[in-house]
Design a protein around this ligand. Sequence first.
Ligand code: BGC
Length: 469
Amino acid sequence: MELDTKFFPKGFIFATATSAYQIEGSNELDGRGRSIWDEIREQKGRIAGDPAVDVSCEARLRYKEDVQTLKELGVSHYRFSISWSRVLPDGTARKVNEEGIKFYRDLCEELLANGIKPIVSLFHADVPLAIYDDGGWLNPKNNDHFVDFCRVCFEKLGDLVKIWITFNEIAMQAWSAICRIEGHPWHCPDRPDPENKRQAPYIGGRNMLLAHARVYRLYQSDFKGKGGQVGITHTGKFTYPASNKQEDIDASRRAFDWLSRWTMDPIFTDDGDFPASMRAALPFLSSFSNEEKAMLKNSADFLGFNYYCPFKVRALEAGKKTQSLLESDGDFDYVESWEKICGETWIRYAPEGLHDLLLFVKDNYKNIPTFVTENGCMDIVDRPVEPLEDDHRVRYIEGHILAVQKAIQAGCKVLGYTLWSFIDNFEWDDGFTVRFGVYRIDFADPDKKRVAKKSARFYRNFIDSFNKC
Ligand code: BGC
């Protein structure tokens, strides 16, 4: 089957995305408070390539130019995140920073004046430092501060923003930012490990889920008149068994529970709880009270997925050391599979995983509307290729949009597809050495000019033909 715009329903959203810390820069401007990433960036040797702390896409200053580039790209929507500490400098409502809010209002107004609708993520990895120092997501009290932050955003921007995403990837935050895992990105400043390290990812994940549900309920009770939708973005890590042996099939189910389902089931299943496999393996997991379950259940107007690639897994050999707690708790191991389309990186080319993930939602979560909130790949890392001629990315994007098309044809309700990322940006621990943009930035260029790669032209042409049909 070929990619064909006529299979996408009218009103289908073709978007692109970024997140605040990855693009904004201007960390001292507007009275912004410190985020954990300011601290991480100051640690020598911590980020690949050791970039100077103030190198960025400068998107805080260049937002008008960016809106023109988005217009050139042809997207109907732009997903970005709000920096919590630009709005509430110490993370709490003690000081509401009007200058920070003004920036996000200006950005939204500029987008709307150019025919592009904002999609706003309220949390995308940059915890205010003061909140982190107070325990971050391990401290349930900080949920109150997050709810306060979201209230401010709804009040101040609710007339302009009609699509809200509470969290970007709770699972990713729980595993990479709460509990340090050897050999994995560590998305928090170096601090002594929490005492309850064994339980930390699960405690943090549970707190974030409850924070999400409170924010959803807050919008329903106090802001529904503004006519927006509130969803959540999950880690779209789909899994396949390495063989048809029962033990591998079981391992694949557990892996999916640990990688993705534990942050989705409490919201989208009738049971309203973590997967049974987790309850069986982790006796310390706190239960949800009936009140919490009721608050969580159906607390999303849509289910967002960041999908990059799936994982093939098998049962863990007895006594084998795993990369992290995640695999040993879940009792599974990875098996190498699929094409390394970007060279020696973690990305694999397997669009069927996106298709199957969307079908999983249709069959298991009552066909709740889904939204692909991130999908994309990096420039090829280890082969001498002209970076603007990113044919591999064109192939990756085409294959994944086709996977969405097939899922729609199979009856899935998909609201939109979002390309990650709009511009090359700060790729967390990989700094600027890994580039996901469809627009290239030369970070040594004082103008930080955004230059279209072939994939940007491909996406624009595809959107053009969709708009015409
Ligand atoms: C994150 C992005 C990140 C991307 C590529 C996603 O899981 O939300 O912030 O840049 O992965 O690594």
